[in-house]
Design a protein. Sequence first.
Length: 124
Amino acid sequence: MVTPVPTPVPTATPVPTPVPTVTPLPTPVPTATPVPTPVPTATPEPTATPAPTPVSTATPEPTPVPTATPEPTPVPGPTAPAFSMAARSAHTCAITAAGGVTCWGSNTDGQLGDGTSLDRIFPV
């Protein structure tokens, strides 16, 4: 008798699956985007400011003020005629014809010779 032999179950043989390849698409060329051209706007002209009309006004005439003419005033001086004089920035001395000395002016350091430090407006 014949013994049945089981039929082997066929196994699937792996078949490599094809990997899809990426087909490059052509790079699109950018197109220019339309940009509106700016249209200059008209600048308004400045409005002229009317110039004020000059008005003539009377200028008052100054009233003349009389000026006084100074008169010479005698100043006390040396009692004798001066023979020689010497003046500094702040005081003056005179040698009289009789040989005396008289001085006036600033006397802060006693330079007038009167024993004081008082300024003198008249000869001492």
